[in-house]
Design a protein around this ligand. Structure first.
Ligand code: DGL
Length: 259
């Protein structure tokens, strides 16, 4: 079973890590599209274009059986178009875990951190409006421009990153938010810093286990349980090898590609 996974950079590796820990017999090829990052500050048309080119590359070079869009921003902008264009491909997307956050929240005050493109996307707005009506919950949204670059640079808890988080999170803390949706796959990497700024008393919701479960449901028949997983990492631009190693707990060669 060949599974193509992509994101604008390191973030999607937080999903790959959970996939490697829980799947069997999966050959994973990961593309970090760092030449075009950050996606969250691009137009929908640009994000559709990046996503379609990567999908075509996966099909041409690796004959993938399934695609995991390990990026909330690309899922929001492009999954519909990709499903129309690649009808025979299993396509699994990543969406902000608003529903699990609501069920984890006692105060019924839930924060959502995501890229500007995800928060402005139609898909997210529909989900938010439906769930806030259904569950009578206050939702505090915060776009975090610049945070993806901090993470790509390995600045997970530097004074600049902490100060950005303090600015974004202070109103949530004062309002009594007790669950925060990490609506970008990069953000679990600053989870500890978010907890520190929120004074630890917070549920952070990410979706890597839900995605892995979905991959298992859709691809299980083609994966042999006794086989090892494999992972190949490709990048369209610069990427930090030490961050890759930190996220996956092991050194990987990263091959440069042009798409
Ligand atoms: N990690 C991505 C996401 O989940 C995209 C971050 C970006 O490139 O802006 O939204």
């Amino acid at each position: 079973m060949k599974i193509g996974v992509f994101d604008s950079g390191l973030g999607g590796l937080t999903i790959v890590k959970t996939m490697l820990e829980n799947l069997h017999g999966a050959d994973i090829i990961y593309i970090a599209d760092t030449a075009n990052a950050p996606y969250g500050e691009k137009t929908q048309k640009q994000i559709i274009d990046f996503s379609a080119k990567i999908t075509q590359y996966f099909i041409d070079k690796f004959h993938i059986d399934a695609l995991v869009i390990a990026c909330n921003t690309a899922t929001s902008a492009a999954i519909k178009e990709l499903r129309v264009k690649y009808k025979n491909l299993i396509i699994i997307g990543t969406e902000p875990g608003l529903k699990p956050a609501i069920s984890h929240s006692q105060s019924k005050k839930v924060g959502v951190l995501a890229t500007p493109a995800t928060l402005n996307g139609e898909k997210y707005k529909l989900l938010r409006d439906e769930l806030s009506r259904q569950y009578k919950v206050d939702i505090f949204e915060q776009a975090c421009p610049g945070l993806v670059q901090q993470i790509e640079n390995g600045e997970l808890d530097t004074p600049k990153t902490i100060s950005m988080l303090q600015n974004w999170l202070s109103s949530m803390r004062e309002a009594g938010v007790d669950a925060i949706v990490l609506g970008c796959t990069h953000y679990p990497l600053v989870g500890e810093s978010i907890k520190k700024v929120m004074h630890n008393d917070i549920n952070l919701i990410e979706t890597s286990h839900a995605i892995t479960k979905r991959v298992n449901e859709l691809c299980n028949n083609s994966m042999k349980c006794d086989n090892e997983n494999s992972l190949k990492i490709l990048s369209t631009g610069k990427i930090s090898g030490s961050m890759v190693e930190m996220i996956l707990g092991k050194k990987y060669e990263v091959e440069h590609i042009n798409i």
